[in-house]
Design a protein around this ligand. Structure first.
Ligand code: ADP
Length: 667
């Protein structure tokens, strides 16, 4: 079952569409304090443009005057802080954000911070900040606390080759569920396979006249991309062309608007990896080609303005239309497209539902390897920040409205201005209202969702609720649980971990009349802001998608046997221990065969030339070995059932081992 979605504003997200019976729709508006739920985005919203004007007038730029020492800046910052943060008694401390590494997202970030009335540190800060906003990657700064807007390893994970591999693993397990990604091959390694498969498909269906698109790994903005009709047209020599690439089936029948091909950039917030939390922005951008579309022929293959929707390419076309109106021009809001589709009678609710599925499934494909990177950079139990990240999903709609994933961007452009050529060769940056409308809302609402003070307020509220419940719902709380609640509360004072105690008590308490508890929300800094443009889709729809998370569980086994923290690859001893502890070797599968399996697979993966930094078995190689073992052990089942059975078998034996160790330890 797929989630039923609600279309974006105008056609939907603002006036949330009603849920069809029996299927969940896009999440309902989360009511913000001091504001009626369901308010139209934009109503009562502090104007983004106005915010920017104010922000420009202050003139705070990212670069400090040259020669200033970090120390001097720190002292000045502290002096200001006395007045601005600690300040008046009873005043809420402001959330602090280090924007010194924000790069091109700085303008949109500044506007968002002003709307939230949070404290920006454009030159960094000697004391820790609550949030670090990075323009490029997790490693832009050394951070030991707070939150950072990038996950370690994300940039590597969404490169064209790595993404294709991760999706292909899922396609092997669940081919129907993952048919939203075009068939792809990795070059140069899979060139012979590509040739053989295309020949086979042509033989079985002589009417099949495919087109393929070749995309260099790590490329962006259409760089180095070209279309071909036959595998023999691939350029395997030459400096740029010989770099690793993905060759993909070209989607020949895209949906057209005004006879033009377009794609959709949707913003997705990965708020947390463990537990998995995903939000989707209700509106995105549609980027248009600038030449009317024709199906690919040998004559038009090279016409980039007809086939590639990249803004960075089409802006150089004489036909590019800059527009301040979200419904026209070469860059529009996605909601404006949905309105048009809806007026033509298209089922935009089903379209949203398919898009939500695509996003959740793609993130499920990415999480196993992300968790390996995460434990390597932020080992459990060591001080480190928590992470969240805004991702840019590029999606193409087919003529039949089926969404297809083109790629995922770890650093989607958050620029809210565009270059305009005043006279030949003379460019000027001018504000782009369409970008501003969508991107400022995404950044601001991401910040609202990760607001560290909201979490503290929630903890305090849950304590009030706890005592209210203790007093009022005597009948519903057993005396044993009451003792437990008191104990948790006592522990909370001892170890200052409000979060843990409230979580523990939530389980013990009946919901009771907690919602009648009076809680002062009128002072919330969010009062007056529009409702969130980001809607939670996971865990909201977890029940429908959890069965897909098999590789996540394989990754958990892998991480358990990695041994030394900080590595991403499994050594031969770790692999042997995994086999032994999970009781996978027997008379048919000796430890010598285990070693051969390890060497064979590891050597093959390490020769693909993706990552030479460490020796050993990477997660993808481990997954391949795991699938091999599963096929051996559970011969007659389909692959996903074989893998699920082996995971269950391993988890069972490891749990038994842990229990045995616990008992021995006690003894
Ligand atoms: P880049 O990172 O260089 O932008 P993309 O994968 O986004 O690379 O591809 C660039 C453009 O090419 C896309 O915006 C889209 O218009 C077109 N494109 C990419 N893959 C396909 C495909 N499989 N079928 C049709 N068009 C595609």
């Amino acid at each position: 079952m797929e989630p039923a979605g609600a279309p974006p504003q105008g056609c939907g997200p603002a006036q949330e569409a009603e849920e069809p019976p029996g299927s969940p729709a896009l999440p309902a508006e989360e009511p913000q304090s001091g504001q009626p739920s369901g308010a139209h985005p934009g109503e009562g919203e502090p104007s983004a443009a106005a915010g920017r004007e104010r922000c420009c007038r202050r003139g705070a730029g990212p670069q400090g005057p040259p020669g200033r020492t970090a120390r001097g800046r720190g002292r000045r910052a502290q002096g200001r802080r006395g007045g601005e943060e600690g300040g008046r008694a009873g005043r809420r401390p402001r959330v602090t954000v280090d924007s010194s590494k924000a790069k091109t997202s700085l303008e949109a970030l500044k506007i968002s911070l002003r709307q939230l009335r949070w404290k920006e540190f454009p030159f960094g800060r000697r004391l820790p900040c609550d949030i670090y906003w990075h323009g490029v990657s997790f490693h832009d700064n050394d951070i030991f606390s707070g939150q950072v807007n990038k996950f370690p390893g994300m940039t590597e994970m969404v490169r064209k080759i790595t993404l294709s591999r991760a999706v292909r693993t899922m396609q092997d397990l669940f081919p129907l569920e993952y048919n939203f990604y075009p068939r792809s091959w990795i070059l140069p390694d899979e060139f012979p396979l590509f040739v053989a498969e295309v020949r086979m498909m042509k033989d079985s269906d002589p009417s099949w006249k495919p087109t393929f698109i070749v995309k260099p790994d790590g490329g962006c903005q259409g760089d180095g991309i070209y279309l071909i009709k036959d595998p023999s047209d691939i350029r395997l020599t030459g400096s740029i062309q010989s770099r690793p690439a993905v060759v993909q089936e070209y989607i020949c029948k895209p949906l057209l608007v005004d006879k033009l091909k377009f794609d959709i950039r949707l913003y997705v917030l990965l708020k947390s990896l463990e537990p998995l939390e995903i939000y989707i922005a209700k509106d995105g951008l549609s980027r248009f080609c600038t030449e009317p579309y024709q199906e690919p022929t040998l004559k038009n293959l090279h016409q980039v303005f007809m086939h590639l929707t990249n803004y960075s390419l089409n802006i150089h076309s004489g036909n590019f239309i800059h527009s301040d109106n979200v419904n026209t021009g070469s860059k529009r809001t996605f909601s404006s497209i949905l309105c048009r589709l809806s007026s033509r009678g298209a089922d935009v609710k089903k379209l949203w539902s398919d898009i939500i599925s695509l996003v959740i499934k793609t993130i499920i494909a990415l999480t196993p390897e992300l968790k390996v990177y995460y434990q390597s950079d932020i080992p459990a139990g060591k001080p480190g920040p928590t992470c969240f990240q805004i991702l840019g999903f590029d999606i193409l709609l087919m003529k039949n409205l089926k969404p297809m994933l083109l790629e995922v961007n770890a650093n989607p452009s958050m620029r809210i201005e565009h270059e305009q050529e005043l006279s030949p060769g003379v460019f000027e940056n001018v504000p782009s209202p369409v970008d501003e409308e969508v991107k400022v809302a995404v950044i601001r609402d991401t910040l609202r969702l990760v607001d560290p003070q909201k979490k503290k307020r929630k903890d305090i509220q849950s304590h009030k609720i706890m005592f209210y419940n203790l007093k009022t719902s005597r009948k519903t709380v057993s005396s044993k649980n009451k003792v437990n609640i008191r104990y948790n509360y006592f522990m909370c004072y001892r170890c200052q971990t409000l979060e843990h105690v409230s979580e523990a008590n939530e389980e013990l308490l009946d919901a009771g009349p907690a919602d009648r508890l009076e809680y002062d929300t009128t002072k919330s800094p969010e009062a007056g802001l529009p409702s969130l443009c980001l809607k939670q889709v996971f865990p909201k729809y977890a029940k429908q998608f959890n069965y897909l998370r098999l590789v996540d569980r394989v990754a958990a086994l892998f991480i358990r046997f990695l041994g030394v923290k900080g590595t991403t690859k499994l050594g031969p001893t770790g692999f042997r221990t995994f086999i032994r502890n999970c009781k996978l070797s027997n008379s048919n599968f000796s430890m010598a065969s285990v070693d051969i399996l390890y060497i064979d697979i590891t050597r093959r993966w390490n020769s693909t030339g993706i990552d030479h930094k460490e020796s050993g078995m990477c997660l993808q190689a481990f997954v391949e070995a795991f699938f091999c073992l599963a096929q051996k052990k559970y011969k007659s089942l389909p692959l996903h059932e074989q893998v699920a059975s082996l995971i269950h078998f391993c988890e069972y034996h490891l749990a038994a081992l842990d229990e045995k160790r616990l008992v021995c330890g006690r003894a």
